[in-house]
Design a protein around this ligand. Structure first.
Ligand SMILES: NC(=O)c1ccc[n+]([C@@H]2O[C@H](COP(=O)([O-])OP(=O)(O)OC[C@H]3O[C@@H](n4cnc5c(N)ncnc54)[C@H](O)[C@@H]3O)[C@@H](O)[C@H]2O)c1
Length: 339
């Protein structure tokens, strides 16, 4: 069986979760790890048996690496993504693909220059079997014409302000200083709703405040309304500081002319009095394995990944403009990226 030889950049919680998923896959070989921190590379190399450790982008010079997996902070995705493509690698990058339009433009330009290399953006909710079932129902026409959808990212993430989160290697706590909640968190539910709509959004408006987690530089509560060309409307609410239990299935509701999905239940026109179970179980944690497998098999079979750079850029651009619309208090058009 062919194994894709993979190098990893960024060894925080998320990078390590990905290496663990790769190390369990028969399609992957963990070749090298890269982080500014020598302690982190040493620990990962020992735990996962990675033969090589790097502390800068010279990891990209290795000929025995087929693919690079990028897990740096949100505002530090663009440079390794572009350099990895220029070095001839396939590239997986965590969501959000970037957290500025300028970064997305650079990344999309690089993807256009290297069309034979696979790109993938880590919108992991698409691999949750409940959300995948909703997508299937939409594609089969079971819900009819979608007209309104809601999906949220509401968590208590105030621990991200704790002192140990300060990263001396980048000179900041990036969660407080650089993360944009509608982009980092809201990008998850928005990407799902865009996937269901089957098209990028064209316009966004919103409101925001910073009452619950005032240590954040950007507003921690951001609520946006997106409009699609079809006329469908989507609402995404984000809070990083709320007092609440886990929002089951991101509070998903999808309204179509023939039916409504509410979390993992469905109500169809034939039985408008009741919601019935979708009979699909949500996973207990993040479904890293199927996400990693999609990236690896796309390379092996030379087929598109589920979320390539253009798709990922359209998701990120909408939420970046959403956060901007909320802070400026006016609706904004959303740029669109074409393959
Ligand atoms: N898909 C998901 O569900 C999910 C979940 C968590 C985090 N994420 C995303 O994963 C990314 C990483 O998040 P995290 O919580 O692991 O962050 P983190 O701050 O814990 O880890 C980032 C690591 O990257 C390293 N780093 C930064 N710049 C580097 C560079 N240029 N070269 C080498 N190393 C560098 C830092 O030293 C640090 O170890 C973020 O984009 C985040 O939004 C996605």
């Amino acid at each position: 069986m062919q194994r894709i030889r993979v190098g990893f950049i960024g060894l925080g919680h998320n990078g390590l979760a990905h290496i663990a998923a790769h190390s369990r896959s028969p399609l992957s070989e963990v070749v090298a790890v890269c982080d500014y921190s020598p302690e982190k590379t040493a620990a990962a190399a020992e735990k996962f048996g990675a033969p090589r450790q790097y502390h800068d982008y010279s990891i990209l010079e290795r000929d025995d690496i087929d693919a690079i997996s990028i897990h740096t902070p949100d505002h530090l995705h663009a440079e390794p993504f572009v350099l990895a493509l220029e070095a001839g690698k396939h590239v997986f990058v965590e969501k959000p693909m970037g957290n500025s339009i300028e970064d997305l433009n650079r990344m999309v330009d690089a993807a256009k220059r290297h069309p034979r290399q696979k790109t993938m953006v880590g919108h992991i909710l698409r691999f949750n079997p409940v959300f995948a079932r909703v997508k299937q129902l939409v594609q089969e026409g079971a819900l009819g014409d979608l007209f309104y959808m809601e999906c949220d990212y509401v968590h208590n993430l105030r621990f991200q302000g704790d002192a140990p989160r300060f990263d001396p290697n980048i000179g900041m706590n990036w969660y407080l200083e650089k993360e944009i909640p509608m982009v980092g968190g809201g990008g998850h539910p928005f990407d799902l709703l865009k996937w269901f709509a089957g098209e990028p959004a064209v316009e966004v408006t919103g409101f925001s405040n910073r009452k619950a987690f005032p240590q954040m530089v950007n507003d921690d509560c951001q609520v946006c309304l997106f409009r699609f060309a079809s006329g469908a409307i989507a609402k995404v609410a984000v809070s990083y500081g709320c007092v609440a239990p886990y929002a089951f299935l991101n509070n998903l509701i999808v309204y179509g002319t023939k039916g409504t999905v509410n979390r993992n239940t469905i109500c169809l026109k034939a039985h408008p009095e009741a919601y019935r179970a979708l009979r699909v179980e949500p996973p207990s944690g993040h479904p890293y394995e199927p996400e990693v497998e999609d990236f690896l098999t796309a390379i092996i079979e030379n087929r598109p990944t589920l979320i390539d750079a253009f798709d990922g850029a359209n998701s990120a651009a909408a939420v970046i403009r959403g956060a901007q619309a909320a802070s400026e208090g006016k609706p904004l058009p959303i740029p669109r990226y074409e393959r």
